[in-house]
Design a protein around this ligand. Sequence first.
Ligand SMILES: [Mn+2]
Length: 467
Amino acid sequence: MFEPTVYKERRARLKQLLRGGVILLQGNNDVPMNYPANPYTFRQDSTFLYFTGVNTTGFALIMDLDTGEDSLYGYDLEVDDIIWMGELPGLKEWARVAGIQHTWPYNQLSTDLQSIQHSNRKIHFLNPYRSDLKIELSGMLGIDIDDLEQRASAELIKGIVALRSIKEDREIAEMEAALHTTKHIYLRVIKNTLPGVKEQILTGIAEGIAIENGGHLAYPAIISRDGEILHNHHHHHTLKDGDLVLADIGAEGPSGYASDITRTFPVSCCFSERQRAIYQIVLDAEMSCIEMLRPGITYLSVHLHAATIITEGLKELGIMRGDTDAAVKAGAHALFFPHGLGHMIGLDVHDMENLGEDYVGYSDSVQRSSQFGTAYLRLGRELEPGFVLTVEPGIYFIPALIDLWKKENKHSGFINYEMVDQWRSFGGVRIEDNVLITEDGHRVLGPAIPKTIEEIEALKTPPGRIS
Ligand SMILES: [Mn+2]
């Protein structure tokens, strides 16, 4: 948590961006796993955390745009709560953290919102992504659940996106702290990636280190020899010589800031010839894209630059063919690179995705493409100083997609399907770093995490051991 003035200033800036009425922000509640008293690990809503620092269940905030006053609604612990959970901070203490003067018991919220409605004042609210908050909001405002998305305040969404997109130095420091933890994770995971080791051992190591450092993972870890399955959360394989492991892991620090790093490494001491060839193309794409980053450039153009390098590289291997620019324009590269180059990152690993991807990643001048592959690009707009984003190109051989395109003879002028068949069991390679856009360029955040072929192979000799 930062100083109370930080949250106060953020709220003041938000209020300047909107006109008239009140802003309602809902905090998250505990969510039951299998019965109500056995909840998932609590995660506060990132917007609520950003504007209040209140990191506990059962709170809401009303900001009055006309009087400028803020009110925090929440609970004080009763003796029964204290018996089970100990002396946790109460409403007044959280109000002090948030720099808010006025506090009210939570059950006052509904009444206050109704009287605001009766006086015909506008209530700016967000469309909740959790079912309990949808039900509650729908009940309090008398709006059908299905209408909440459409009735949510675009003005509020744009205001929040404008503020949260530009990271303060203190936020960047928190993200770099999370990246230090992520580096520890990678060093231990890569050293322990050996024949006979199960993916779930590596997953346990990753999660354990995140917890050792006071946080947890920012998203479920991907650690798999099936790197071509983009969001693969199965960890049941036993690794063997010759396998290539793709790991996409990011620690989240105690303050809630995320990191998001991907590395791909061999189970054996060294990359095979084929693994080396694909790996180097992806690495070249990643590093070349990072070099381009500066204010004013559109991320869509950086994405297409990655597609160009990937196409060039695959042409050299005889997997693609024809004119590179025409192949990228047609979208032929998306057989091997079917996702976007990256996304904003901050308190959320996909920062502010709940507010609507197009509000965050696109602008009036850069619209989302409808072409397969590029359509998945979460961030396409012009970059600005203070943005933090991921750069994560990849090459994958996805048998189901290969079979589908081959059957349709899709882009056969650009794709040599006979050659593709010889690679179909390859798996996938992705490399990802987190980058800050500075006034005159960029800075890769966090400590260097081994990335070149030489650096990764050096970690594997002498062989590590499970420790
Ligand atoms: Mn990512």
